[in-house]
Design a binder for this molecule. Structure first.
Ligand code: FEO
Length: 395
């Protein structure tokens, strides 16, 4: 299977409708994904990226339907992660001498993964590779999101091959952004940014401004996952600039786990208090033990503040809460406020532990949090609502 993209450019990747977990079990892919590989057949023929390892044989067989592999002059490896390089060993078994163009770090990563001495050619920002009447121009993009990552621009067709950048885990048979459900598409884009790119936001801003500074005309952005941006491709660039700039919406999210419902009742009463105090704010609640963590992280990304709750168990906090805080620590969220809450029977350390970990994770903790004993009675529920009122005043 292949899709015509523009002139002599074809998509020759793999749409993975079955994928439900990515990066091992780290990232939920409710709508599948795709591993996009592109074949450019000018006077010289270049293949950009491959697909994930389980599809290596299928990929090479499919590629053979489209082109005699001996006609491939250059392989471009924009990023060594397995989902794009996984078919390289099978491909290179057929064309062992064809040069692989990648960054210096790309060689390290590819050799580390596959232990092969392929014909690597190092490229850096500004280097050009002639395909005849058109050129490929390389742009290194270190830490977006691996040290080896790079973009490639095709002159003449004005296509930016952005690898992971601007992608989404979103399977579609329609390939182009104007042909898919826009709400689904943007939901997957923001989830992808929140969960994968947030820690690299300063580099996102810098790299986008650097590429914009080249003043290259842009007709399409061909990503390595999901759809291709052909209708107003600048729109996703604008979203990235916004998301990279300490993004927040007028939203407060309550995240908790509960054993016998007391902490859940606290969450609901605090939420009611927030709504009473500010009817314009979007308030959302998630039980962390029951909710997909990547969806929760997306909601944290959208929030201006979060409240995190756990009962006290063995002088500590519940594992679903501890796990989520560990995740968000690594994501380095900026410009977000937070506080803790929780019910307890006797020792009651949870709120303090959560507060400390939130500070450690870069959140501005606005107060000592709310601790209540046993099951909330009417007086305790009133305290929760009042706490919600007070929390809004601190945002
Ligand atoms: Fe899609 Fe970083 O691999």
């Amino acid at each position: 299977m292949s899709f015509h993209i523009k002139n002599n450019v074809h998509w020759v990747g793999k749409i993975d409708w079955e994928l439900r977990k990515f990066h091992g079990d780290e990232y939920s892919t409710h709508k599948g994904s795709s591993y996009n590989s592109y074949l450019i057949e000018e006077e010289k023929v270049a293949l950009i990226d491959t697909v994930w390892t389980p599809f290596a044989n299928e990929y090479v067989e499919n590629l053979k339907q489209h082109i005699d592999l001996e006609k491939i002059d250059y392989v471009i490896a924009c990023h060594a992660e397995n989902d794009h390089s996984g078919a390289l060993p099978e491909l290179m078994r057929h064309i062992p001498d064809v040069p692989i163009y990648c960054t210096k770090n790309g060689i390290k990563s590819l050799q580390g993964l596959y232990h092969q001495d392929w014909n690597f050619q190092v490229v850096k920002t500004g280097d050009k590779l002639s395909l005849g009447s058109k050129d490929l121009i390389f742009v290194e993009a270190p830490m977006l999101h691996w040290p080896d990552s790079m973009f490639v621009y095709l002159t003449g067709d004005e296509i930016l091959f952005s690898n992971d950048g601007f992608g989404q885990h979103y399977a579609s048979e329609h390939m182009f952004n104007d042909l898919v459900d826009q709400n689904e598409l943007m939901a997957e884009c923001i989830k992808y940014y929140a969960n994968i790119l947030t820690p690299f936001s300063p580099m996102v801003t810098k790299k986008i401004n650097e590429v914009l500074g080249f003043n290259l005309p842009l007709d399409m952005i061909c990503t390595s996952h999901g759809i291709i941006w052909r209708d107003n491709p600048a729109q996703i660039v604008e979203h990235y600039l916004k998301w990279a700039d300490s993004y927040q919406e007028n939203q407060v999210t309550l995240l908790y786990d509960t054993m016998w419902d007391s902490t859940r009742i606290m969450a609901e009463q605090i939420a009611a208090g927030i709504r009473e105090a500010d009817s314009t704010v979007t308030v959302k609640l998630y039980n962390l033990a029951k909710t997909d963590k990547n969806d929760v992280i997306t909601e944290v990304f959208k929030s201006k503040a979060i409240l995190v709750g756990s009962p006290t168990v063995n002088n500590g906090i519940l594992v679903a809460v501890a796990g989520l805080i560990e995740e968000i620590k690594g994501l380095k969220f900026k410009n977000k406020k937070a506080a803790a809450f929780g019910s307890y029977g006797w020792s009651g350390e949870a709120a303090k532990i959560i507060s400390e970990r939130l500070v450690d994770s870069g959140f501005e903790v606005v107060d000592e949090g709310l601790r209540l004993t046993w099951a909330p009675d009417e007086e305790s529920k009133k305290r929760c609502k009042e706490y919600g009122h007070a929390f809004v005043r601190k945002l």
